[in-house]
Ligand binder design. Structure first.
Ligand code: SF4
Ligand code: SF4
Length: 125
């Protein structure tokens, strides 16, 4: 009984184990594999990331200098980041906001329309 009472009192005065999300958001861990980001000005459009991607969610077009990623298919494994020979792919420690389109599109210079009628464009970078 004494042991149980002590336990109750300890839990009563202890700090809450849960957070009041989304008001209180936990800081990301240092090595979190979050949002994928391509520093497109460094990209040489070699296609190594697309070849290695287990989800086949990356499309690279060297002629048009475009790099596409389908964030709904990406599993954030980081294989593409390791495969990139110029180290222009990175994973942030934070997670991307809610998707409004299927593609994340990067292109050198000013962002251009993806050459598909139904595609909407999300600019990042
Ligand atoms: S591996 Fe790197 S340099 Fe090659 S296409 Fe992918 S992001 Fe660009
Ligand atoms: S993180 Fe993994 S699943 Fe996502 S694009 Fe890179 S290789 Fe593909």
């Amino acid at each position: 009984m004494a042991k149980m009472t002590a336990n109750i009192l300890r839990n009563f005065f202890a700090k809450r184990a849960t957070r009041l999300y989304p008001i209180e958001v936990r800081p990301p861990f240092e090595n979190s594999r979050g949002e994928l980001y391509n520093d497109i000005d460094q990209c040489i459009f070699c296609g190594a990331c697309a070849l290695k991607c287990p989800s086949q969610c990356i499309t690279v077009d060297k002629d048009q200098a475009t790099w596409f990623c389908d964030p709904l298919a990406c599993v954030y494994c980081g294989v593409c980041v390791e495969a990139c020979p110029v180290h222009c792919l990175h994973q942030k420690t934070t997670y991307r906001p809610v998707c409004v389109t299927r593609e994340t599109i990067f292109q050198k210079g000013v962002l251009k329309e993806k050459p598909k009628k139904k595609a909407k464009v999300v600019a990042e970078g």
